[in-house]
Design a protein around this ligand. Structure first.
Ligand code: C2E
Ligand code: CA
Ligand code: CA
Ligand code: CA
Length: 279
């Protein structure tokens, strides 16, 4: 592993052995972080496109090792592979709920919290019950929680178990968002076969909106389809005013991205809320 310019871990290995070394090192970092409070969260504001109002945050796991930022795209897959995801997922939920409670105590309205759930975590027996217990313990209303799952969580074995977990969570009042929609093992049949509340259009489709008439048509079609099915649509990775105007004109309901705000530390997120919510 090497530091790149922005102080993040960068892996430019070529050989398989090096990759294994990196994986082992990353796993050691994850284990250490779990034992020593190395994980924190970042919160990225989500806003309604029509009213331009804050509606909530997406919670993103953050891991710093020796002061160096380790990107989730690197540690999440390793953690998933090595069975550490349930522990990390639980930690992120607890930190999210603690943040939510603190904001309320300070008279602020954080809106809904959207928390990422990895496929392995979602498929754990008792996941729905665990979420319910945590909500209860932190005195959080289920309607204040959105769980973001990817389509990978839906496919594979035991469709019944997945659908049961989805129904349980939604019966409690929790919303389910289908993350990274349009990438990977995406299929329109997922929208028909599984009960979800929202789709999150992947940032790869937002990035090229200005140049690509195809991507514009795709988002337009997705929005129409989603609205017919009574689902709302979030666009992620909205970086520029032009991209924001496109997603707005294409009928997207919610937007998230650097154009509005970067992922914020809990302290910055509180500052963000108090600036917009106190007069
Ligand atoms: P994601 O769920 O698709 O999260 C959105 C990613 O886009 C985040 O990257 C966020 O920082 C980044 N982003 C936000 N706005 C913009 C923008 O305007 N432009 C661009 N280019 N990027 C933007 P991050 O924080 O590095 O997370 C990467 C992925 O790691 C997430 O993708 C998610 O799949 C995973 N992840 C993060 N936190 C958790 C977690 O607590 N649990 C699980 N299971 N996965 C997580
Ligand atoms: Ca997400
Ligand atoms: Ca996403
Ligand atoms: Ca993504």
């Amino acid at each position: 592993a090497k530091r790149n310019g922005r102080g993040a871990w960068r892996f430019f290995d070529s050989s398989a052995q090096k990759r294994i070394d990196h994986r082992e090192r990353l796993e050691a970092i994850v284990v250490d972080a779990l034992a020593n409070e190395g994980f924190t969260i970042a919160l990225q504001p989500i806003c309604s496109v029509t009213k331009q109002e804050h509606v909530g945050f997406e919670v993103l796991a953050r891991l710093f090792h020796d002061g160096i930022f380790v990107p989730p795209d690197q540690f999440i897959p390793v953690a998933e592979e090595q069975g550490h995801i349930p522990a990390i997922g639980r930690l992120v939920l607890e930190k999210s709920f603690a943040f939510f409670g603190e904001m309320k105590n300070h008279g602020l309205h954080p809106g809904r919290l959207a928390v990422n759930v990895s496929p392995a975590q979602f498929r754990e027996p008792g996941f729905a019950e665990e979420v319910q217990d945590l909500l209860f313990r932190y005195c959080i209303a289920p309607t204040d929680l959105v769980l973001e799952i990817t389509e990978t969580a839906l496919i594979g074995r035991s469709k019944e178990l997945v659908e049961k977990t989805l129904c349980r969570l939604r019966a409690m009042g929790i919303s389910i968002s289908l993350d990274d929609f349009g990438t990977g093992f995406s299929s329109l049949s997922h929208l028909r076969d599984f009960s979800v509340d929202e789709i999150k259009v992947d940032k790869s489709f937002v990035q090229d909106l200005e140049a690509s008439a195809g991507d514009r048509a795709l988002i337009k079609g997705l929005v129409e389809l989603a609205h017919c099915l009574d689902l709302s649509v979030v666009a992620e990775g909205v970086e520029t005013l032009a991209q924001f105007e496109y997603v707005r004109d294409l009928g997207v309901d919610f937007a998230q991205g650097f154009f509005h705000a970067r992922p914020l530390s809990p302290r910055e997120a509180e500052e963000f809320l108090s600036q917009s919510q106190t007069s």
